[in-house]
Design a protein around this ligand. Sequence first.
Ligand code: NAP
Length: 223
Amino acid sequence: MRPYVILSAAMTLDGKIATATGSSNISGKKDLERVHELRKECDGIMVGIGTVMEDDPRLTVHKINANPEDNPVRIVVDSKCRTPIDARITNNDAKTIIACANEYKDDFLSSDKYETFKKRGVKFFFSGDERVDLVALMSYLHEEGIEKLMLEGGATLNFSMIKAGLIDEIRICVAPMVVGGANAKTFFDGEGFDTMDESVKLELVDYYPLEKDLILTYKVLNI
Ligand SMILES: NC(=O)c1ccc[n+]([C@@H]2O[C@H](COP(=O)([O-])OP(=O)(O)OC[C@H]3O[C@@H](n4cnc5c(N)ncnc54)[C@H](OP(=O)(O)O)[C@@H]3O)[C@@H](O)[C@H]2O)c1
C-alpha cells in the first residue's frame, strides 16, 4: 500500500521550475493560495534535498487561514542526511520525517546533528543502499498514516517518482513567462527516457485560467 500522490509545481511556459541561479518565484498570488489549499488537504508533503538546499522551504500552510494541525507531515528525501541543522523544514511548526539511505546510516546516527534533530522530534527512515528507495519510502509513509501525499519537487525527485510509477496526479501552474537557460531546472530532469515511446502517458482532466496563470490537472496513466 502507498499514498495517493499528487505532484504540484509551477513552471514558466518553457517548462522551467527555477532559473539557473535558483530563482523560483513563479506563481501568482491566487495560485499560491490554491497550492496552500492543497497542502491543507494532504496528510504529507515531500521534497528532495536539492529543494531544501536551494529554497529552505517551510512547507506549512501559511498563505490561507489555517491552524497548526492543518500542516501536513513534511518529508525530505535526503540520502546522505545533508539536511542543514537550521533548515526551516525541521522547525516545530509541523512534524518532519527525513528519509536517508542505509550507506550513511551508522555515521549519521552517531552524529551530534542526529541528536539535535531527535530532540526536536524529527523522525528518520532509512532505505536503499546509496539512494533512498522511493517504493519502500511510500510504503512506510502509508504505514505512518499518510494517505494523500503532495510532492513539491524538485526536478530530480519528480523524475524518479514518475519513472517508478509513484505519481497518480499532476497539478501544474503554467505562468506566462519565459526564462530559458540550458542549466535552469525543468519540471522533470533526472536521466530522462531515450524515446517518446517510453514516456509516461497522461490524461488531461481539468484546466482553467487563474489570474495570469493557467492551471492544468492530469491523471497519470499506468499503461
Ligand atoms: N517551481 C516549483 O514548483 C518548484 C518546486 C520545488 C522545487 N523547485 C526548484 O527545484 C530545484 C531543486 O531541484 P533539484 O532537482 O536540484 O533537487 P530535488 O529534486 O529537490 O532533490 C534531488 C535530490 O534528492 C535526493 N534523492 C535521494 N533519493 C533520491 C531518489 N531516489 N531519486 C531522486 N532523488 C533522490 C538526491 O540527493 P542525495 O543523493 O544527496 O540524496 C537528489 O540530488 C530548486 O531550484 C527549486 O527552487 C521548484
